[in-house]
Design a protein around this ligand. Structure first.
Ligand SMILES: NC(=O)c1ccc[n+]([C@@H]2O[C@H](COP(=O)([O-])OP(=O)(O)OC[C@H]3O[C@@H](n4cnc5c(N)ncnc54)[C@H](O)[C@@H]3O)[C@@H](O)[C@H]2O)c1
Length: 248
């Protein structure tokens, strides 16, 4: 029984699909009704349900968790996938107070609130798998997003370490998957806006495996950390970036 936040498109949808193919009943929260409709078609036949939730609305999260536990029976796995740089500027001096607040609201506050809603049930049942979406940006800085995004992912990653320590005694693991650039339509657009074709080619040339990531690469990493057999892995920051972090 798994919950994936912001999962009607992009990495979240790939993660939801992968978990469902491995036999989990999955609930996806997303605020975009049109994306939910398209996603329903994309995963037709799999045990994936959807709930329209705006993860920046604190009241909505508690209610969504209640509905999710009612529909799934319990939540064993939570994938805090909601996040992104929200098209805020990369140069630090161009970032406004609002650019910082919006990015922290989605990446950090939504994760905190989702975990507050889901953790009591996991503690009660003495079992849980928490997988948070960090980023290469939060570990080493970003080539195309700003300090607000890097700092928000740093917060998610350090929270992951703390929660791994605090909730380990209750059978709950907490890990982060830290992707490099995954070529979804959104990231492709952002890269073409912010990098010249030559700069883009240089980026790929600097990645040891010589390609950008795919949604499937992230879904596979999340599926491992979400599995029962990953019970001795906790507090890990799993870099999924083709080795890029070693050289860039
Ligand atoms: N794509 C990448 O290259 C990349 C790299 C590193 C980390 N990440 C992280 O992975 C996660 C997923 O990234 P992505 O690129 O797939 O995201 P995305 O921008 O493609 O968004 C996925 C979904 O989030 C939903 N969403 C946005 N705001 C929401 C809100 N307030 N409430 C509910 N749903 C909302 C959208 O409707 C969409 O369906 C994020 O945490 C991101 O920071 C992505």
């Amino acid at each position: 029984m798994a919950l994936v936040t912001a999962g009607a498109a992009g990495l979240g949808l790939g993660i939801a699909e992968r978990l469902a193919r491995e036999g989990a009943a999955v609930m996806v929260w997303d605020r975009d009704e049109a994306a939910i409709a398209a996603a329903r078609d994309a995963v037709a036949g799999l045990a994936v349900q959807f709930l329209a939730v705006d993860l920046t609305d604190p009241a909505a999260i508690g209610e969504a968790a209640r509905i999710t536990e009612e529909r799934l029976g319990r939540i064993d796995v939570v994938v805090n996938n909601a996040g992104g740089s929200l098209h805020t500027p990369q140069p630090f001096l161009e970032e406004t107070e609002e650019d910082w607040a919006r990015v922290f609201a989605l990446n950090v506050d939504a994760t905190v609130r989702t975990l507050r809603a889901v953790l009591p049930g996991m503690v009660e049942r003495r079992y849980g798998r928490i997988v948070n979406l960090g980023s290469k940006a939060g570990r080493f800085g970003s080539l195309f997003a700003g300090a607000n995004y890097a700092a928000s992912k740093g917060a998610v990653q350090s929270m992951t370490l703390q929660l791994a320590q605090e909730f380990g005694p209750f059978g709950i693991t907490c890990n982060a998957v830290c992707p490099g650039a995954i070529l979804t339509a959104r990231v492709d657009r952002l890269l073409s806006e912010r990098k010249t074709p030559d700069e883009r080619a240089a980026m790929v040339a600097g990645i040891p495996v010589r390609r950008h990531g795919r949604v499937e690469d992230i879904a596979a990493a999340v599926a491992f950390l979400a599995s029962e057999e990953a019970g001795f892995v906790s507090g890990a920051m799993l870099d999924v970036n083709g080795g890029q972090a070693m050289v860039a």
